[in-house]
Design a protein around this ligand. Structure first.
Ligand SMILES: Nc1ncnc2c1ncn2[C@@H]1O[C@H](COP(=O)(O)OP(=O)(O)OP(=O)(O)O)[C@@H](O)[C@H]1O
Ligand SMILES: [Mg+2]
Length: 258
């Protein structure tokens, strides 16, 4: 089982789009996948057409007011499972923080069900608060989407500091899976320059596949359907399918060989 947190405290860089499409792309490769919506905005949930604003969701699980069977949703259309979120999730900050071992609340919960899955994706909020610490404590890998724009790497140093802190204190096994360049516009020199800069700094830690700017990926959430299913032949869908294959090649086969 591979547990991947998709994190970047910078907002709107493509975290949720990556979680929704990459998880669905792996489900299309016949892998058993779980998505955890770890953001109170609940964009990953709505991206799959799921609304749990009035039902039990990740918040109730984390504070011990629901069990997993009450919260886990089967998303038939995408052939995967989802732990949905809702704006309630903002409450974990006051409910959990300070309680003994609060950092492990999500990890403990996922440990109980992780053997059912080959991949678990966790969508993170655009902040480095309580939820992000819970998410980094539960993850095995982090995937960092960076938008092909000026200031793409703004905040990355601070994010990596938080990763190091979690590694030192709670989760020594946390590894960086890679940086993913998103919303790449091949018509602009800027995208090219930003890619060159990111690859120059992070080298082989940057995924070979780049996600292009794709109107179809942006339209899909309003239909509650992942972009890779909404328009499978769009450039964005193809890029996420290829990224799924790259991850399988690099991270799953290599582990199987050792
Ligand atoms: N490759 C892409 N091409 C075009 N639009 C995209 C692409 N990726 C994401 N978007 C759009 O950009 C916006 C931000 O994307 P997304 O919600 O995935 O970012 P995020 O990092 O999860 O944001 P937040 O920090 O608020 O959680 C959304 O409207 C989304 O549809
Ligand atoms: Mg998001």
């Amino acid at each position: 089982m591979t547990k991947i947190a998709v994190v970047n405290q910078k907002g709107g860089v493509g975290k949720t789009t990556t979680v929704v499409n990459l998880s669905t792309a792996l489900a299309l490769e016949n892998l058993r996948v779980l998505v955890v919506d770890g953001d109170a905005q609940a964009n990953a949930s709505s991206g799959f057409g799921i609304n749990r604003r009035n039902g039990k969701n990740l918040y109730h699980l984390l504070i011990g007011k629901a069990n997993i069977d009450e919260v886990l949703v089967r998303v038939e259309s995408a052939n995967l499972d989802l732990i949905p979120s809702s704006p309630d999730l903002i409450g974990v900050d006051t409910e959990l923080r300070g309680k003994p071992n609060w950092e492990l609340a999500l990890k403990n919960l996922l440990d109980n069900i992780s053997s059912n899955y080959e991949f678990i994706f966790i969508d993170a909020p655009p902040s480095l608060g309580t939820l992000t610490v819970l998410i980094l404590s539960a993850a095995e890998y982090i995937l960092i989407p960076v938008q092909a724009e000026y200031y793409a790497l703004e905040g990355v140093a601070q994010l990596l500091e938080t990763v190091h802190y979690v590694r030192r204190t709670i989760n020594p096994k946390l590894k960086l899976m890679g940086f993913l360049i998103t919303m790449y516009d091949k018509r602009t020199k800027l995208s090219e320059q930003v890619e060159e800069q990111i690859r120059g700094i992070f080298k082989e830690m940057v995924f070979s596949n780049v996600i292009p700017r794709s109107v179809r990926l942006a339209e899909a959430p309003s239909y509650g359907i992942p972009g890779v299913l909404f328009d499978p032949l769009s450039v964005g869908a193809i890029a996420y399918r290829n990224l799924a294959k790259e991850i399988l090649e690099k991270f799953v086969k290599r582990e199987a060989n050792v």
